[in-house]
Design a protein around this ligand. Structure first.
Ligand code: DX5
Ligand code: ZN
Length: 220
């Protein structure tokens, strides 16, 4: 599968979001990752559907929406209407993950399921036939700038093996948290396809530095 780089706008300059989105596009970003947090499912708050709507106005790249909220079903239609191309849902955030995924698909968006560091892969195997992506969290969700959990590499490998031996192998493996030029290579070797990067990309000083970092990620 084609490897893709997804800048996480959680780490962008919110007062200059359009500028940062254009900079990331110019540097070769394949899609954008948007974190929605409610202060309940995770101990932090972030964007809402209005930000997705704003992003849609300034970019044609796919919008990958990571729902870190309780009762996600209630907000699936609002985020799809706002322009989400993919909606990613944590298994623990809903009583009926299969139903939530079906709801996303019924609205015409791509659907993904998210596994926290402590979530066993066993919990998502039954979803393989109906999902487009599986997001493996490589940090505990809620904050940018945390260190990559090396124990997750084994999990990515196991997921890739499960995918290779399954008839329902048509989904991408995404990683989110602590991705930089070093960890991206390890995740890629383990079988990941989509790489979310926040602080590594946006904490630089200039557009040239941003572009260099995207190149580095791609080369790794
Ligand atoms: C964390 C978010 C991530 C975050 C990643 O809960 O899901 O998308 O932006 O940030 P970095 O790349 O800084 O770990
Ligand atoms: Zn995320």
């Amino acid at each position: 599968m084609t490897k893709k780089i997804a800048p996480s706008i959680l780490a962008a300059d919110i007062m200059n979001l359009e500028h940062d989105v254009k900079m990331a596009e110019k540097a070769g970003a394949d899609l954008f990752h948007i974190d929605i947090m409610d202060g309940h499912f995770v101990p932090n708050m972030s964007f809402s559907p209005s930000v997705i709507e704003g992003m849609k106005r300034v970019t044609d790249k796919p919008l990958d929406v990571h729902m870190m909220i309780d009762n996600p079903d209630q907000y699936i239609k609002p985020v799809v209407d706002a322009g989400a191309d993919t909606v990613l849902i944590h298994t623990e955030s809903t009583n009926h993950i299969y139903r939530s995924i079906e709801l996303v698909k019924s609205l015409g968006a791509k659907a993904g399921v998210v596994v926290n560091p402590g979530t066993p892969l066993e919990n998502v195997k039954e979803l393989f036939p109906i999902i487009d992506q599986i997001l493996v969290m490589t940090v505990n969700p809620g904050f940018g700038g945390q260190s990559f959990l090396p124990g997750m590499l084994r999990k990515i490998q196991r997921l890739d093996q499960l995918r290779q031996t399954s008839a329902a192998d048509d989904f991408e493996i995404e990683v989110d948290g602590g991705i930089n030029a070093g960890t991206i290579k390890q995740c890629s070797d383990a079988g990941a396809d989509i790489f979310v990067a926040g602080s590594y990309l946006f904490n630089g000083e200039s557009e040239a530095e941003f572009a260099e970092k995207v190149d580095k990620l791609r080369q790794s």
